[in-house]
Design a protein around this ligand. Structure first.
Ligand code: MG
Length: 382
């Protein structure tokens, strides 16, 4: 079946690659959303003729509406626009490629409409994993991960009938641009240093998260939520080559892995075609010319964000939402060169220390924890 997608976050790295896949597979596109990139979303809307185009920013949406006046595309803005895009009737699949907590409400709305969720917004699962997974079960919505590690695990679990057969999920981690450095050596690292990722081309926020290893921390929590496993069953190993995208260790001692070149279009394509596989124009991995595969223990003393994430994963409640909200604000401050690299874990830890925690949180508790955490970091930066 050829799917019709609503693409939330169409101008970011995952969004643009999703549209390449859409072009390649001939997918329908019913809705596009972005924050404020008028030029790019206008071009995308002219090519894919969605019913809806949404810019979160109201002024940018007005400009887009003016520019698309000669088309049938309806232009909306704000959270109402995002929710309309997530629930648009024509789409059977919603790709959640927005960055950050803003993806949560649209994801829940799409689940209630029983859409397939191609999940590329890890913050949603990190902050509100139980709510999202319970909603997916209740409404019978399929959740297919797009994050490369989780897609690898998802692929390795095809044919696994009983989750108790899983001994461990092993997420691989490139180690980022600062692998091998000490905590003190990280102190002077700049925005430009952090944005130089060795293997993957990604958006700025996730690239900084990859440099701090917060990204792996978020992914550990994402895996725990997606597969309903305790922290003791989710491990991370450094794998500099980014060829093994993750593994599943089963109770009989078998390890299954998914390997390939680092190319996000593979997990995106799989999320569109699952349970089938479509031909790809990309060159496959050549085993005979690929570098030797190495694995190592992550250094949680240097990369404190990973340790913080594991502590929050164990604590549960609103701690992951606090950590995530604080991290988002700290990373954007680092990208604007307002704070240093090692201030990121310090600010996240401070927010965790001063924000009250709630166990078994409802959506309102999660949103409030997120708000307080952001406020904590902003106040400290001021
Ligand atoms: Mg990933």
């Amino acid at each position: 079946m050829t799917r019709t997608i609503a693409l939330l976050g169409s101008t970011g790295s995952i969004g643009r690659q999703t549209l390449e896949v859409a072009r390649e597979l001939g997918l329908g596109v019913a809705a596009l959303t972005a924050n404020s990139s008028v030029d790019l979303i206008e071009a995308q809307a002219r090519e894919f003729s969605p019913r809806l185009a949404v810019l979160y920013d109201a002024d940018a949406a007005n400009e887009l509406r003016r520019r698309l006046a000669d088309t049938d595309v309806e232009v909306l803005s704000g959270m109402d626009g995002l929710l309309a895009a997530a629930t648009v009737d024509e789409a059977d699949t919603v790709v959640t490629a927005v960055v950050g907590m803003i993806g949560l409400r649209p994801t829940l709305a799409a689940i209630e409409r029983k859409k397939r969720i191609a999940l590329a917004n890890k913050e949603t699962l990190v902050c509100a994993g139980a709510l999202v997974m319970d909603a997916a079960d209740k409404y019978g919505a399929e959740l297919v991960p797009v994050d490369s590690e989780h897609s690898a695990i998802f692929q390795c679990l095809q044919g696994c009938r009983d989750r108790s057969e899983i001994k461990r999920l092993i997420l691989t981690c490139s180690g980022g641009p600062f692998y091998g450095l000490s905590f003190d050596e990280l102190a002077g690292k700049t925005r430009a240093d952090a944005l130089r990722h060795p293997n993957w081309t990604m958006g700025a926020k996730i690239t900084v998260d990859s440099a701090t290893l917060m990204n792996k921390g978020l992914e550990i929590i994402e895996a725990m939520r997606l597969y309903r496993l305790p922290l003791s069953k989710v491990a991370a190993v450094i794998h500099r080559q980014s060829i093994v995208h993750s593994l599943v260790e089963f109770r009989d001692g078998a390890l299954l892995a998914q390997l390939g070149t680092p190319d996000m279009k593979l997990p995106i394509r799989y999320a569109m075609t699952y349970p089938y596989r479509a031909p790809s124009p990309a060159e496959p991995l050549d085993l005979l010319s690929c570098p030797p595969l190495t694995f190592a223990e992550p250094d949680e003393h240097t990369f404190r964000c990973l340790r913080i994430a594991r502590t929050c994963a164990e604590a549960g409640g609103t701690s992951c939402a606090i950590m995530n909200g604080a991290n988002e604000v700290a990373v954007y401050a680092f990208l604007r060169e307002r704070i240093g690299f090692n201030d990121i874990p310090a600010l996240v830890q401070a927010a965790l220390d001063e924000t009250p925690q709630v166990s078994n949180p409802a959506l309102s508790d999660i949103l409030e924890a997120d708000r307080l955490a952001r406020e904590s970091v902003r106040a400290r930066i001021r």
